[in-house]
Design a protein around this ligand. Structure first.
Ligand SMILES: [Zn+2]
Length: 170
């Protein structure tokens, strides 16, 4: 099970978001720590990432305030490292933020968290797939908590499956 220490940039962020980490399955062993992790700006000239703080070490997730930052990205991940940006206007929607954290954690364990649409016939049962397709045909957004949760659960099971397989002797 991937274990990550979770750091919040401010107490305000922690108070709003930490209680919602339970939305993320226990496969991800998250431990909230005080203080801030070591981080770096890896692509200072890229408008998506310029002042986006990435944790420097594996096993760390950093949740920081995006207020006043220039970087466009809302989240990013490397192997067992994740960084998630939260705007203060989003603190009233903590579930959305928890799903964003879950999304980046899935990237951090190598899952294709951006492929909800191309993988739809695999993660949805037939009835669900029909409903999902209808939403898309009606040009309604499928980037909603409802669909994302189902997709992320499926990806988490996939990550568990991958881990079990890797542990088996060849
Ligand atoms: Zn992504």
């Amino acid at each position: 099970m991937p274990a990550l220490d979770v750091y919040f940039e401010t107490d305000r962020l922690g108070a709003a978001i930490a209680p919602w980490l339970g939305v993320i399955p226990a496969f991800f062993r998250l431990t909230v720590r005080p203080g801030r992790p070591e981080f770096a700006y890896y692509w200072p000239n890229d408008p998506n990432w310029s002042d986006f703080p990435f944790p420097m070490h594996e096993g760390v997730a950093y949740i920081f305030s995006g207020d006043g930052l220039a970087a466009r990205a809302a989240g990013g991940a490397f192997r067992l490292r994740a960084a998630i940006k939260v705007m203060s206007g989003e603190l009233t929607r903590p579930e959305l933020v928890a799903l964003r954290i879950w999304h980046e954690l899935l990237h951090a364990v190598g899952q294709p968290a951006d492929d909800m649409v191309p993988l739809a016939d695999r993660w949805l049962p037939p009835e669900g797939f029909a409903g999902f397709t209808k939403e898309r045909e009606a040009k309604r957004s499928v980037d909603t908590n409802y669909w994302q949760q189902q997709f992320y659960h499926w990806l988490t099971l996939r990550a568990i499956d991958d881990e079990v397989r890797q542990k088996k002797p060849a």
